[in-house]
Design a protein around this ligand. Structure first.
Ligand code: HQG
Length: 194
């Protein structure tokens, strides 16, 4: 994504609302006076009230547009439409209630080249989030890596991790999640793939 395009996106009102919703529903509910339940759900009415207090122009219609139109489908509504949560990406402690599922044989993780030495030593760790985020799609992983700097895409031997007992989860918006991935399961750019 070019700098210009990124700037244009950041200026779009719905993107700005989505970023605020991510901040509140993934990272800082308490700062905005919001309480999430243990699975990460907030009452829509409470989120709208929190927005009002924060001076964020979020109303019921724009919230539902963000949910429906968000590029990565980051948010989900409960069946009755009364509650909302982020589908993944939390730093606050939530139990999303996802069932472990068998992953594709190979998954990808996008990162920045400056993290590679550390990842070779420690493997992939979740940092401030609850999970390591992986993608079935190499190009999508490259885009995630590019957010952090010069992108590098790692191949994750998900089949072997799964065989070794590591659990994988698929978020409602298609992101693969696992707790950590040891360096032995990773192939780095330039490694011999054979
Ligand atoms: C790196 C986006 C040093 C890791 C995306 C990443 C994703 C290490 C950074 C979601 C490391 C954490 C998450 C180690 C991992 N040493 N660095 N041992 N292990 N790292 O933002 O995966 O747009 O928390 O490679 O689509 O970049 O927000 O994680 O570079 O699904 O909806 O530490 O965010 O979704 O960065 O991105 P992040 P991420 P949204």
């Amino acid at each position: 994504m070019t700098r210009e395009r990124k700037g244009a996106e950041a200026r779009s009102p719905l993107v700005r609302l989505s970023k605020w919703m991510s901040l509140v529903l993934r990272h800082e509910p308490a700062k905005f006076g919001l309480v999430l339940d243990s699975a990460g759900w907030a009452r829509v009415d409470d989120l709208l009230a929190a927005a009002g207090r924060a001076g964020v122009p979020l109303d019921d219609a724009s919230l539902r547009r963000v949910v429906a139109e968000n590029d990565k489908r980051r948010f989900a509504l409960s069946d009755d439409g009364a509650r909302i949560r982020a589908s993944q990406g939390h730093s606050v402690a939530v139990a999303l209630g996802l069932e472990p599922v068998e992953p594709p044989a190979v998954l990808f993780h996008g990162t920045a080249t400056r993290f590679l030495d550390s990842i070779r030593r420690e493997g992939l760790i979740p940092g401030r989030r609850r999970h390591v985020h992986l993608s079935a799609d190499e190009a999508a992983a490259a885009a995630v890596g590019a957010r952090h700097g010069r992108p590098a895409v790692l191949r994750v031997d998900a089949a072997r991790m799964h065989a070794d007992g590591h659990r994988f989860y698929l978020s409602a918006n298609g992101v693969w999640l696992t707790e950590a991935a040891g360096a032995a399961y990773l192939a780095f750019p330039g490694d011999d793939a054979t």
